[in-house]
Ligand binder design. Structure first.
Ligand SMILES: Cc1cc2nc3c(=O)[nH]c(=O)nc-3n(C[C@H](O)[C@H](O)[C@H](O)COP(=O)(O)OP(=O)(O)OC[C@H]3O[C@@H](n4cnc5c(N)ncnc54)[C@H](O)[C@@H]3O)c2cc1C
Ligand code: SF4
Length: 477
């Protein structure tokens, strides 16, 4: 079969590892991800055995109808494949790029389980929707009937945007408030462009704007507008604010210049990719160029930081993690990508303090894994007398995120929160104990995944639609 024209934006690390190395230091990251053609998508889709026990579907948080859209792709019926895929997923091309498929759909593919290598479900999902964009099948939402009722959504990340999309489809008026200048939440300012190209996110924002969603950017709820005012202005409110409080490091020297937070570091790099002038990049504060960089942490945020540092031209990049490779929270695929790009991992290594101000080294304690803790994970223990100093001009703290104290910041003592500070809400509907107030995404689950935020936003919107419809019906009686 003749090869189809290439798509511009497709990420398929596993299909094309040989493409990654040469261009890695270039700014044009998208080059790495070219060349996923129709033939490849069909070939992969036709590998699906249509096994009838769709573990892939069951392990996708959205329960995407994967076997059906694979079948449509295999037989060249891409528009139908897109319709099926879009029915359950607000942003299939985004999930296709950044879901940890090895832990979700692909990890549970029966072909993978039988040792023959998974169908690359994520890549096909992305291909289908990228094609849909290219062909003009993705259209702004035009509700059959407009309703006067409105919903205020605080937070323009994937959770808030998925809710906005679904609510607009039902004709409900939607205003999204966000403290950033651009919508997208961590899709825009957290996840780096080499994993998720920014124009892929921005075209979705434009689609929502054209669909009638009002975005009020640079509005920090709690400072620029009160939560009470938002509640008073709408029939329902969705809290989708994510988690942004960085877990900190203690120890001597931890306040030294040159020790920075992952979210600040990644946001600056993403802003630069948008073409913004970023003073902290220009003055070197958040720029790894020519520096010995040490990133502390073992999650996906740490992987994004090390890979960003490589792209900024760091002279060396090391990642310290206090457990071993098998016990790290981040995706193994991401570790492999980072290693291929030149990142050195120091497993079983924890920071004890820092030397110099500006920082010039990390005092590292060597660890071993001891007895399992209450969660069943082995606890790291210090090996006495094995400390050493790791040279560093830039240290990035990537130890995870916690929720901000919303009841205090928003003067809402009644907003129910858990002992971890996340908002207490029913997982299936997002309902909180405050009347008409819902919550979705990371602010409910703690730091999680884009696909879970989308699921929450979708399900919460359905619950709101049901509630507002019932109110309408009562009013009409
Ligand atoms: C560096 C990094 C990399 C990641 N990589 C992946 C990945 O590869 N795959 C994956 O599935 N997940 C990844 N995640 C996790 C994923 O990004 C989150 O789970 C997801 O974005 C959560 O969505 P959300 O809508 O709940 O919150 P967010 O995306 O955090 O959006 C919240 C929004 O609320 C706004 N906001 C907060 N407080 C206020 C306020 N007071 N007033 C107004 N606006 C406010 C914020 O500005 C933000 O725009 C990553 C996370 C990080 C930090
Ligand atoms: S949304 Fe994520 S888990 Fe679900 S099919 Fe797509 S890539 Fe797999």
């Amino acid at each position: 079969m003749a090869k189809q024209p290439m798509l511009k934006f497709v990420t398929i690390d596993r299909d094309m590892p040989e493409k990654r190395d040469a261009t890695i230091r270039n700014k044009d990251f998208n080059e790495i991800y070219a060349e996923y053609a129709d033939a490849k998508a069909k070939e992969q889709a036709s590998r699906c055995s249509q096994c009838g026990v769709p573990y892939c579907q069951n392990h996708c948080p959205l329960h995407n109808n994967i076997p059906d859209w694979l079948r449509m792709t295999a037989t060249g019926r891409l528009e139908e494949a897109y319709a099926i895929s879009q029915a359950t997923n607000t942003f299939p091309e985004i999930c296709g790029r950044i879901c940890p498929q090895d832990r979700l759909c692909e990890g549970n593919c029966v072909i993978e389980q039988s040792g023959h290598g998974t169908v690359t479900i994520g890549s096909v999902e992305k291909y289908i929707t990228d094609t849909a964009w290219e062909k003009g099948w993705v259209k702004p939402i035009t509700p059959i009937k407009e309703r006067a009722q409105s919903v205020g959504i605080i937070g323009a990340g994937p959770g808030g945007l998925a809710a906005a999309d679904r609510l607009r489809r039902a004709g409900i008026q939607v205003t999204v408030y966000d403290r950033y200048d651009r919508a997208g939440g961590l899709l825009t300012y957290g996840i780096p462009g080499f994993k998720l190209e920014k124009d892929v996110v921005m075209r979705r924002i434009e689609q929502l704007e054209k669909s009638g969603v009002t975005f009020r950017m640079n509005v920090n709820v709690g400072e620029d507008i009160s939560f009470d005012d938002i509640r008073a202005a709408h029939d329902a409110v969705v809290i989708a604010t994510g988690v942004y409080k960085t877990r900190d490091l203690q120890g001597p020297g931890s306040g030294a210049q040159g020790i920075v937070c992952a979210i600040d570091y990644l946001t600056a790099s993403n802003k630069q990719d948008f073409g913004d002038t970023v003073p902290e990049i220009e003055d070197g504060t958040l720029n790894a160029s020519g520096k010995k960089v040490v990133v502390i942490g073992g999650g996906d945020t740490a992987m994004d930081c090390v890979r960003t540092a490589i792209r900024q031209g760091a002279s060396s990049v090391k990642c310290l993690y206090r457990r071993d490779r098998a016990n790290m929270p981040g995706s193994q695929r991401e570790v492999q990508n980072a290693e291929e790009e030149g990142v050195v991992f120091e497993w079983l290594a924890a920071p004890k303090g820092f030397t110099g101000d500006p920082v010039n080294g990390v005092m590292v304690q060597k660890m071993r894994l001891g007895q399992p803790d209450t969660s069943g994970r082995q606890s790291p223990e210090v090996i006495e007398g094995a400390d050493y100093i790791e040279g560093a001009d830039l240290v990035v703290k990537a130890l995870g995120f916690e929720p901000e104290d919303l009841p205090t910041l928003w003067d809402q003592p009644e907003l129910p929160v858990t002992r971890w500070g996340t908002v207490k809400a029913t997982f299936t509907t997002g309902e909180t104990e405050m009347d008409g107030v819902y919550a979705v995404g990371d602010i409910v689950r703690g730091a999680s995944l884009v696909v879970w935020a989308i699921k929450d936003g979708r399900d919460c919107a359905d619950a709101i639609i049901e509630r507002l419809t019932a109110i309408n019906e009562i009013a009409a009686e």
